[in-house]
Design a protein around this ligand. Structure first.
Ligand code: MSP
Length: 598
């Protein structure tokens, strides 16, 4: 990560020098073109702005939402909440992708009017997001008028620049992926009835040969600009593995791209402006949603210049090749970052409706709680590699980390037996001096160091979308704090002796301070649990931002605003342990008498 950051800084410096170099002009046309791209990217990097715009992919409405969809949305939601905590003015867009052949066919199969069909499924996504605390600020549907206007305008810009021409496409098309494929991307397979078919080697979905008069986009003209963009912006696609994958793809020639379908084949979409016989290709239509939300074609600069996309690895080609080429063609800045994540599998297979292995995220969040599911997905989901889902994994992880480690720690220092005053007690600097000499031991000082550094460690991981690493670091500190309490056993101290009483209060004060930091840093991932934790330890809503993560001020000789404060009154457990479904069967059945007396 550090290497990546350094190379970003280096490339920014290089652009900056280039921009201010007095001998830049006149440049040959090709160099000038490249220079324009570089400069446009350098404004991206150097602009000190507190605006932030994050998007999820917009979801196809051909089927109900599944766990993979919630995962994309939870990552974006986490980044949005994190930026808000950092004081940014953050915009967070999600929504549904409602046009195209796949949706047209799904509506037909359901015997429904396409718009009604889209509305029904789109509402299911909305329902999922509100029940999982996905705090989007804009929900876009591609069937909205504002989007149609944006797409028509975008098309006209490309057309007027001569980047779209009438041609014909002959080749493979996957309706399931809404994607054109070259012969090398296609292989042989058998369908369920044993018939030989052609499939996409990447997705495994069936492909069909098509031959149509279409409008074509001059994708081939953008190859070198895309390479310049990526070489100059090593942070543009994260994690690094996907950045290298895109660079690799760009080593082969890019064919021009068909950006429309004949209207007689595809009616469910936006007609090509000025040609009612053609419908705009669904990916061009869908990608423009990011601009629509930014306010395109009107005042979009404010948000568009700070755009970041979260996407699954299956749609990287569309976001890292097609989309930047369209944007370069339209003379618009490129997204600042494309964050890529891998997939959730079930018994090693990608979750999909056709395989019948779909995990219902609503059912899961009812079983494991909303925050439980958010925590599991973001703690267990590794962006670089696929992860296999099982209910049992969820139960084990949540019991160990949320119920036992974090919940246990909160319980220990707020339980009336140990904290009868129900307050944030005082810190005694003689008991825990800055230099050794009090009652604290070397491991305690190590723990303080770790918690002090935790906000910057977590920040680095949130910034690079390695949420699981942020959570790993937090939970490691939670364990250290549990070790601290366990080591000093405050419950064995004698309250009658003033030195013991001071040390007891100090141990609780330090533990509450640790919890305050953990609760604050966990807000982007588990907002409800964090709220419960922070309220219980008396931290007010205005004291929960990144700027409030100054740890243990008393140890640094500063005032602590929390000292002496009353704890909150909610005594409930932070996170209840989850029983496995057959645990009940193992328990002895109550006798008839016991059941009657209940
Ligand atoms: N409609 C397009 C995106 C257009 S964006 C301009 C699309 N939709 S989708 O519904 O198929 O996928 C939406 C997101 O869900 C993608 O990021 C995709 O990677 C993600 N997931 C779909 N299945 C998934 C898993 N099994 N696991 C994790 N995420 C996966 O593509």
């Amino acid at each position: 990560m550090r290497t990546l950051l350094l190379s970003c800084v280096r490339s920014y410096k290089a652009f900056h020098r280039l921009q201010h170099s007095p001998c830049c002009f006149p440049l040959p046309a090709v160099t000038r073109k490249r220079f324009t791209v570089l400069r446009c990217m350098s404004t991206h990097v150097c602009k000190e702005d507190t605006s932030y715009y994050i998007t999820t992919p917009i979801f196809y409405v051909n089927a109900s939402p599944h766990l993979g969809h919630l995962y994309s949305a939870a990552i974006a939601d986490c980044l949005h909440r994190y930026k808000l905590l950092k004081g940014f003015n953050s915009k967070f867009a999600t929504g549904t992708d409602e046009h195209g052949l796949k949706i047209q066919q799904a509506a037909e199969a359901a015997g429904k009017d396409p718009l009604q069909f889209c509305t029904d499924v789109s509402l299911r996504f909305k329902h999922l997001f509100s029940s999982c605390n996905i705090s989007y600020t804009d929900y876009i549907r591609t069937t909205e008028l504002r989007h149609r206007e944006a797409v028509e305008h975008f098309w006209s810009v490309l057309w007027n620049k001569g980047l779209i021409y009438k041609g014909s496409y002959e080749g493979w098309y996957s309706t399931q992926d809404e994607s054109f494929l070259t012969p090398s991307q296609v292989g042989d397979a058998f369908d369920s009835s044993g018939k030989e078919i052609k499939v996409s080697l990447e997705s495994g979905h069936k492909v069909d040969w098509m031959m149509e008069e279409n409008y074509m986009f001059r994708l081939s003209a953008f190859q070198s600009q895309l390479l310049d963009w990526l070489r100059g912006n090593p942070c543009a696609i994260q994690p690094e593995r996907f950045y290298h994958a895109v660079l690799q793809w760009l080593q082969s020639d890019l064919p021009d791209l068909s950006v429309s379908r004949q209207r007689n084949r595809l009616q469910w979409g936006i007609p090509v402006p000025g040609d009612l016989e053609q419908t705009i290709y669904v990916w061009l239509d869908a990608l423009v949603n990011y601009l629509t939300v930014a306010g395109y074609p009107e005042t979009h600069d404010k948000w568009w210049s700070v755009a970041h996309h979260v996407v699954g690895k299956d749609i990287l080609k569309f976001h890292a090749i097609y989309w930047p080429s369209f944007l370069l063609g339209a003379g618009l800045p490129l997204p600042k970052t494309i964050y890529v994540h891998s997939h959730w599998t079930v018994r090693g297979k990608k979750m999909s409706k056709s395989l019948g292995n779909v995990v219902d995220p609503i059912e899961c969040s009812q079983m494991f709680t909303t925050d439980g599911m958010r925590y599991f997905l973001l703690r267990q989901g590794v962006p670089d590699a696929d992860c296999d889902y099982t209910d049992d994994k969820v139960r084990k992880l949540l019991n160990a980390e949320l119920a036992d480690s974090l919940g246990g720690l909160l319980n220990r220092c707020t339980a009336p037996a140990l904290n009868p005053g129900q307050a944030y007690p005082s810190f005694c600097s003689q008991s825990f001096p800055r230099d050794q000499g009090g009652r604290a031991v070397a491991e305690d000082y190590h723990m303080l160091d770790a918690v002090k550094n935790l906000p910057s460690v977590v920040e680095e991981h949130y910034e690079s979308m390695h949420v699981y690493k942020a959570l790993e670091a937090i939970i490691a500190c939670v364990r250290q704090t549990n070790g601290f309490v366990q080591r000093h056993k405050p419950w064995n101290l004698d309250r009658g002796k003033s030195k013991d009483q001071q040390w007891l209060e100090t141990v609780i004060h330090v533990t509450l301070e640790c919890l305050r930091i953990y609760g604050t840093l966990l807000q982007p991932v588990v907002p409800e649990i964090s709220n419960k934790l922070l309220s219980r330890i008396g931290v007010q809503p205005g004291e929960r931002s990144w700027g409030n993560t100054d740890f243990l001020p008393k140890f640094q000789g500063k005032d602590c605003p929390f000292e002496g404060r009353a704890l909150g009154s909610d005594f409930g457990v932070l996170f209840s342990r989850l029983e496995s479904p057959n645990a009940d069967k193992q328990k002895p059945k109550p006798t008839k008498k016991a059941a009657r007396s209940k």
